[in-house]
Ligand binder design. Sequence first.
Ligand code: DMJ
Length: 492
Amino acid sequence: MTERTDLSVPKPLMRRRQFLRGALGAGGIAAAAGLAIPGTALGATRSAGRQTVPGLRLPPDRVVAADVRREFLHVWDGYKKFAWGHDQLLPLSGSYAEFFVPGHPIGLSIIEALDTLYVMELDDELALGVNWVKQNLDFDIDGNFHVFEFIIRVVGGLLAGYLATGDEGLLDLAAQSGDLVLPAFTQSPTGMPYQYVNFRTGALSGATPPIAEIGTNILEFGVLSRLTGDRRYYKAAKNAYRAVVERRSSLDLLASYLNVETGQWADSTDQAPNPPDDSFYEYLWGGWAMFADADCLAWYRMFTTAFKKHLIETYDGHTWFKQVNFETGALVGRDQSELAAFYGEVLAHGGDIALGQAYYRTWVHVAEKYPVLPEEIDYTTLAALSKGNQLRPEYLNAAFDLWVQLRRDIYKTTSYAYFQNMKTYNRVPNGYTIIDDVTVRPMVLGDLFPAYSFAENFKYLWLIFSRTPRYDYRTGYLSTEGKILRGLRPAR
Ligand code: DMJ
């Protein structure tokens, strides 16, 4: 670990911790403990942009915010009625499905929603959720848990719940959760994590994860280390990162899948910032922004330089990331996943503001053709290669972060337009649902409200339009799953 890494809670805060918890809740501690964000563009320029979506009248912020909260409650009520305590709501059939292990619910939607409920000031619902988690969460399950998904959703969700409420029970559960997945890292010969852990037996499996799964844990593990004083989590995350970076090609590019036992690449294509690479790069910036980790910053800069040289291109007037062979730079494909849409905000955080704005505009262009974004397109034709829509948050994620950084109207108007289309196409009587085919009319509906939408879609919209006093827009930092890991402020 680099000397500059900062996992500490500032000393005066340590001394005042007990008092503050009682008086303010830990949200106050979280806000106060937030370090200045080194080298970021977060000091928002307040220049008012004039770009808007043609033909769209943006109602006053408070009107949009009230509508966002109403729509969140529409689906939350559906979850409470048909799926309470289960992982995910099936709104069409009025039923539920589990996410990690069939037949073994862990109330995933509740865990994902905790800090959203807090910032939306839905305190009775939050109390209901916290009570459910503390009384029912039980990980003694004979089943394989997906390590990456567990870290970003459950460890991150419990940490954000703790930061929102100051409830020590949630921090204890977060630490227990971290301990369950830590062996995936520490028992791997390379330090890169296995994909699955059986929580009852401890058996590890899945030896060839993609790099996003290997690298997307430094924020959750770093905050866990910071709050518990136990540095093992951060150390494991950092070792895994280093093991991947050491395997870069002479072009400073990475392929997508690594064997964690042999250390060998299992493929040869750099697909950044598309899956399955995406948040590997997002968390390099996060390691710097949250913990002042200079290695993470250097690695982020190195890969961004390589992206500009080998991946990023202008095609038909828009900015895209092509897929290339990581050793030769030869073209492999020109597909773009909707999951890559968040990346404009990462580029802007890293100082490439014009590039970040351009990549966001690319997705506004796609959204002009598809009011509900398909999962994947061929960017030479804009044809949908994968026609479903999984109610994903990436477009709104980029809009939120760019709005915080740049305060331009375009991020509000495009978010509002996106929200209106969600209401038109994804809304059903018991909530919101995924779509199986967005290219036909009427669109073909699927039957699922993904738990991440409780953590992300409505939260980004709410934070843009509500200006809630419960979030510090200057120091706040969200994980890839939309968990607020810094910047929660105490309830007034
Ligand atoms: C979420 O779990 C997170 O946003 C993750 O980073 C990517 N996939 C989903 C949403 O699409």
